[in-house]
Design a protein around this ligand. Sequence first.
Ligand code: GLY
Ligand code: MN
Ligand code: MN
Length: 465
Amino acid sequence: MFSPSTYVDRRRRLFEADEPARGLVLLLGNELSAMNYADNPYPFRQDSTFLYYLGVDAPGLAALLDLETGSTCLYGANPSLDDVIWRGEHPTRDDYADAAGVSTTADRSSLAADLADARASGRPVHFLPPYRPGHKLRLADHLDLTPAQVADRASSSLCRTIIAHRSQKESVEIDQLEDAVETTARMHRYALRHARPGTTERELAGTLAGLADAHGAGLSFRPTCSVHGEVLHNHEYNNTLDTGNLLLVDAGATSPHHYAGDITRVAPVGGRFSSRQRAVYEAVLEAQVSAIDAIEAGRTFRDIHLHACTVLTEHLIDIGLMKGEASAAVEAGAHALFLPHGLGHMLGLDAHDMENLGEDLVGYAPDQTRSDQFGLHALRLARPLAPGFVVTVEPGCYFIPALIDQWRADQRHARFINYDTVEDFVGLGGVRIEDDVLVTETGARVLGPNIPKAPDAVEALASAG
Ligand code: GLY
Ligand code: MN
Ligand code: MN
């Protein structure tokens, strides 16, 4: 945990925020969640907002923040003798409260009664949208709502305030993100060096998970580690690497305080890009580097996204996959055949940071609306950037047979796409290059140590073995 004053200061900002103005804020910590029977739970992951304001990384807790008095009560149970016998000694509720700078604690069993008292005296109870069924049931139970009502009554004013706080990373958070990227870099260097014919995706994915566990606090998300990088979130590891494949690894480790790394690299199996692979790889790399260079506070991420799409399209025109004028092709959405996702997202305690609070609330300013154009619609982050934001920059280029077949059959954007050439590239898979970037007062800084991405440097690692 950070120092108690970190959490006191964060809660003070919540108390002083313009919205929500009155009532109580209920923050639920997570519970252990059974995988296949109760005593065999998934690894515990605390709720990120609970971690942000309380820091306590243990199941079975809740906090009630009184917006009128500025006081916080931490609810939880002390370890029972049975807990000690089976799980060992653990901190008490008061130990956790001290670490979080909280002066009032209560047994978990009194939370429902305290909430009932608040409601009886007409005080609003603000809570976050549930993302686990267990949250929804607990909220329904505590607030005398049906589970269906819970989602509707979650507090968007609370979400907006929390998003404003968590978007602006403090220096202790940047340190954690650097730490996460350090472990993530270790994973990627390993993958680049071991992209060898005969290695299986499963062996690699297992080793990457081991590195995240051994040097960090585990994985940020289930990695993609595949020679089928055209499947955007490919979570299967059934292939054996073969000379000439492109291996795409999108993986990240978490730091000790659960901040997420999220990085993608691509390696030529056998150590050499083919000329087609190299051309596509260089197109994506130029789009990525140019997007990072274009980042500045005040500029919208939507603008940076469109800039990256235009750079990519210029290269795809040079390669012969596209034709016409790049900016017109991007405006029409023709490039989305190759890049159907957005340039990136916020990064922090979550890989897709705060997305449980509402993807549009996190990613779009009130005066921005999400496009309904294929490709642009998938842009998670569009809003103006500010110093302290940490974002991913992750353009890609994919040859997705089902998408190509459908567009070709419809002759979609035929004015901008050379479908015959596209057919020649089917089987290449996908290329994505992703880094984690801090927006600064003067531009942007890529977090963590260098992870090779220039094609020659990638080949050198992949052929060194
Ligand atoms: N790893 C998921 C993403 O890059 O968004
Ligand atoms: Mn990623
Ligand atoms: Mn990402």
